[in-house]
Design a protein around this ligand. Sequence first.
Ligand code: CTP
Length: 397
Amino acid sequence: MLSAKRILLIIGGGIAAYKTLDLIRRLRERGASVTPVLTRAGAEFVTPLAVSALAGQKVFSDLFDLTDEAEMGHIQLSRSADLIVVAPATADLMAKMATGRADDLASTVLLATDTPVLIAPAMNVRMWEHPATQRNIAVLKGDGITFVGPNAGDMACGEHGPGRMAEVPEILSAIETALGDGPLKGQRVLVTSGPTHEPIDPVRYIANRSSGAQGTAIARALAALGAHVVFVTGPATVPPPDGVIVIRVETAQEMLDAVEATLPVDAAICAAAVADWRVSSASDHKIKKTKGGLPVLEFAENPDILATLSQKTTDRPRLVVGFAAETNDVIANATAKRARKGCDWIVANDVRPDTGIMGGSENAVTLITADGAEDWPRMGKDQVATQLAARIATALS
Ligand code: CTP
């Protein structure tokens, strides 16, 4: 049920706008109120009269309507909802959102808001697949915008492929999920993930085998429980989850800077495989083979992000969780690591190559807390993430 939930519905200009009329009816049946914003192009597909009759409210469409500004300014309009839904979200509207343009009421509301935004894209398949749209999608996902659809199928323009707006029941269930009151609602959680790359020169770097799979799964599981997740990731091989703020970094120092800029948070989960060392003076030009012999690399120690967070005197997260990748004496080493770094929990795992854990889809972990060590059976990284997120929710409640 969506009783008393306030939805600001932005209707873009696409043939799928006709489905949005049904969406308004279904939302109101479930007890939500719908404030409609109709773009100029949207009004070519559905009439303001039909929209306002179904919504039971006036339709907002003009940024410079003095009556609207007197009754409810566009800034207030952008804040007076629990969720903003854009359906259909056209390629043009998505481009405006991705670049922060504000040249009509819909784009201005989207730029001025601090409310969660869910979009249901709809466009021609070639437009969806165009690199420009794909770039915009990546930007919007990184900004924490949630997507529903598009679906693949026959399109009004006669082509076939991804681009059809999601069906009304799918949009309704995405709205219910977005508005869900999970146990972590209102909590800010930081997750570090992936490897770091430490430059040797402009073309070479030192890296490790982390795929980012476990950190990504944890961020997804925390977001599913309603947390506001900031995901700071090195160059991982798996894509970041939807519905989280994504900050991409390369080096350990950049990761620390991004983490510091995110504070304060309620909890921090350090799942990144941060390089322990960097080349102390990385060359600003490609190091050439010379007859003079082999190059000698000198190393400097990288900042320890987990220890820095754990030992903060101000802004220390209430819960700091680290991982311990070990190849021998897993529990003893991880227990010592917990004490050394000062974190609350350590999730220890055995990363000997024969376990297939590093870069694989499964994990066998031991959770080490102040109360001792607890072995979890070997399970998928997604299940480890779900179980850990549930424990975090209990600890923060
Ligand atoms: N970590 C970190 N910053 C670093 C190194 C590690 O935040 N510079 C974090 C990792 O994200 C992980 C935990 O510390 O949560 C332990 O990482 P691990 O590689 O197991 O430990 P190290 O500190 O590198 O210790 P060692 O190499 O001695 O095992």
